[in-house]
Design a binder for this molecule. Sequence first.
Ligand code: 13P
Length: 256
Amino acid sequence: MRRYLVAGNWKMNLGPAAGLELAAGVAARLRGRVLRGDALVCPPYVTIPAVAAAADGNPLLLGAQNCGDQDGGAFTGEVSPAMLKEAGVQYVIIAHSERRQYQREDDDLFVRKINLLHACGLKAIFCYGELLGERKAGREREIVNAQLEGVLPRLQYVDPYNTVLAYEPVWAIGTGETASPAQAQEMHAWSRQVVARLLGESPASHMRILYGGSCKASNAHELFSQPDVDGGLIGGASLKVDDFVGIIDGAEAALG
Ligand code: 13P
């Protein structure tokens, strides 16, 4: 019912030359294949045009890792959703834990960014997830509830096709420690319950919820086979052709 999404978050890696090489490598491996889901790469801003050229004509979608919260004007260093759209971007990652932590981004900012990018016809990938200490204290459901509640009901145009959720337990990001399939399924099912309460049963059943945190080719199949896990947001393993394509293969295999 829900198409899977395998999204690569390249973070602050790969300038235009290296990004083109990776995207061209992935595109070559996908060429001629009809995927039963979506494959997306989210390079740094400056690498987007090079990747757009490589992705053209392939089943590889293009995303960004961030956007500004204004239409345009005197906002030094910012990039508007409309500019990203013009560059070929379809998805924008919002509220990644690294931006929550290092840039101190908060719910008000997430709401402004998502409303703006939705108004431009772009799709948001909204990230959330608990810290290690919060999990150890048994507070993961409460934290996830608060993070979803702080943003979803305030979105003007939210629907299951312009918004993707990405559950990324912070203790699993870049640590090599992956949530077990059972832990992921439990939190995804809980997230879906929260979305049902906030937005309604039908949006909740159609909205994709990705898992992120040390996802790799060797665990993708099992994670994505869980009924409420609709793909992944991939960091480190999205930086190598074989690893990323292996994860896409895992998503295809999970469909049976
Ligand atoms: P890793 O896959 O490197 O753990 O990163 C996950 C992530 O933060 C994706 O957004």
